[in-house]
Design a binder for this molecule. Sequence first.
Ligand code: NAD
Length: 418
Amino acid sequence: MAYDKIIVPDTGEKISFTDGKMNVPDNPILLFIEGDGIGYDIMTASKRIWDAAVKKAYSGKREISWMEVYSGEKAAGLYDGDYMPEETFEAFREFYVGIKGPLTTPVGGGFRSLNVTLRKVLDLYSCIRPVRWFKGVPSPLREPQDVDVVIFRENTEDIYAGIEFEAGTPENEKFAKFLREEMGATGFFEGAGLGVKPISPFGSKRLIRAAIEYAIERGRSSVTLVHKGNIQKFTEGAFQRWGYELAKEEFPEQTISWEEVAEKHDGKVPEGKILIQDTIADIMFQKMLLRPREHDVIATTNLNGDYLSDALAAEVGGVGIAPGANIGDEIALFEATHGTAPKYTNKDMVNPGSLLFSGVMMLEHLGWFEAADLITKAYEMTIDQKFVTYDFARQMDDATKVATSEFATKIIENMDNV
Ligand code: NAD
């Protein structure tokens, strides 16, 4: 389609789908949203690293053609104050895969988070956050190497659905009256703000399906359903039940439930099977501190996932390094998980790790594992040599503090040594 401000590169081909399967050309067009605040610094540095890794891993046979699309402040400047131009959505519908830096959410009434809007409009229902430790990265844990999980957080339902009624409004009063008089619900005080938590079989199952498929494709050993079903029986409890049902109906050959393991296999998971287990959300935080090895892929509802992903990221180095992706049936948007850190804008100081590893996830999504591995190894080597940005430098002994751009150059140089 014809775009107004977006320039489609002359070189490169579109990613396409046949029967739900993604076809990736050797020279795909990938989208990027630079992001506000520190976005320019981390995107510039990371693109240099991704491009260098692809070039080296495939001896020049593969190459990314980058296409810039706009959201946030840069969009507002270009599109007459529009922070979220329609043609950005159109570009994702046409080209499918892209990556974004952080975006400012102006505080104040009526302005919806751009990140939430992107996820909603493009129906990116799985929020995926891999959490693993890299040697040398400062961590508060004694054995951070034991943490290696991938969180699938449901992105569209739960209390994030936006069905809320403010105390004192006619809508709230009407809803409260309906709950008391017609539904017999009496367990709330006069004047309470009210919210609704929808959890559907459709929303739950597509998320859990994505988590199980990921576990199968990547040779992972278990999928843990994290829920608060002991209290919220018909929402969180149903999520858990639908998860076990789905595994049994759609993946009977590849998966086995913990119940079956206990009853028929003497507590030992048979070779080649992925264990489907579940845990109550509150205890999961403790387990991930005390026995992180017992968990691998995690599938959970929206609010649990929100808390859990930031808490687990803190175990292995914090938001400066935690990567993320929002993925739907076809469209995939990879993103830095931290914000715009406005006080560091254009200072060439911050850690590009979160965006960089979101790009590593993107390369893996394309099936370009060699380039992804090259970056991971060169990154580990750079951290091991103690060349780090300010945030890590202040937590490490004898570290050399380098700029974002210098850090990128070191990683690229180290690609020759891995
Ligand atoms: P923030 O993540 O921008 O910053 C929190 C702290 O983390 C900062 O003090 C900064 O020192 C540190 N930090 C963040 N990224 C870092 C990096 N790459 N390297 C080193 N240190 C880093 O969160 P905030 O200050 O609460 O939010 C600022 C703005 O970002 C707000 O407008 C908010 O809406 C937006 N935001 C966007 C996203 C997103 O786009 N996904 C996420 C969170 C916040």
